[in-house]
Design a protein around this ligand. Structure first.
Ligand code: ATP
Length: 243
């Protein structure tokens, strides 16, 4: 079977409009179980919109999203969580007055229908939240809020995990550590899509990247190859994220 036939998610000719503006303009790609796929591109190229459509926050205006063999475009987020898609947010939205542990408990109770639920103790340990487990989420610093957001997503047992700028604001040691954690998740068979501006981080964790510009794919392959493509250099690496 070709990798594409084995895909857990297939996006075909996806269109998302805001008014007359095409945030996604015919985007197609796939991801297979156990793969870490990077979505990269300049500001406003449609990366977060792609995550928002795949996770059911927005309905597509055209094209198709197929998750695990069934159409999932336009299906509400909470239903997709039960089917096995979950995500993190650029700006996490925990229940601020609940403790870290309670936030994870809510996600566990809400979570997916298949597989063994992860243990709260393990999630707290794995994502360095043990020390703050009984503090309200409002007390967490921004890195800890991101880790709580990730553990809440993991508590629902996703088979496809969408990470929207999880690494932004983390220091180099934290980046190394979280890169290892994300790779360990992929090694369990979870498919992971990562939206990130930090190219070193993308290089460290992804198997493959899709480069977006103006809602369209302009490149698909490894980041090492992408950085040698004149079109990619022009729209992306020659811009503000060249460093
Ligand atoms: N809810 C919305 N209403 C109107 N326009 C939107 C909405 N969401 C996104 N857009 C527009 O769609 C385009 C793509 O935005 P998107 O957030 O997907 O880009 P991005 O590649 O994730 O950018 P960044 O790297 O800055 O996060 C932008 O021009 C943005 O202003």
């Amino acid at each position: 079977m070709s990798p594409e036939q084995n895909s857990i998610l297939k996006v075909s000719k996806l269109v998302k409009r805001f008014g007359g503006f095409h945030a996604l303009d015919g985007l197609s790609f796939h991801v297979v179980p156990g793969e870490i796929l990077g979505l990269v591109g300049p500001n406003g190229s449609g990366k977060t919109t792609a995550i928002n459509v795949i996770s059911g926050l927005y309905a597509p205006d055209g094209g198709e999203v197929v998750f695990d063999g069934a159409s999932s475009g336009g299906v509400a987020s909470h239903k997709l969580v039960h089917r096995g898609i979950n995500r993190t947010f650029q700006v996490p939205k925990p229940f601020l007055s609940l403790t870290v542990r309670e936030n994870i408990q809510v996600a566990l109770a809400y979570g997916g229908a298949t597989g063994t639920p992860p243990s709260i103790a393990e999630l707290l340990e794995d994502f360095r939240l043990k020390e703050v487990a009984d503090r309200p989420a409002a007390d967490l610093n921004s890195a800890q809020q991101k880790m709580l957001d990730l553990t809440r997503a993991l508590a629902t047992r996703p088979r496809l995990l969408l990470l929207d700028e999880l690494a932004a604001g983390l220091n180099p040691a934290e980046l190394d550590w979280i890169a290892g954690r994300i790779k360990a998740l992929a090694a369990t068979g979870m498919a992971i899509i990562v939206v990130e501006h930090l190219m070193g981080f993308i290089e460290q964790i992804t198997d493959r990247v899709i480069v977006l510009n103006a809602g369209k794919e302009i490149f698909e392959g490894t980041l090492a190859t992408a950085v040698r493509e004149p079109q990619v250099i022009e729209v992306f690496l020659g811009g503000e994220h060249a460093h």
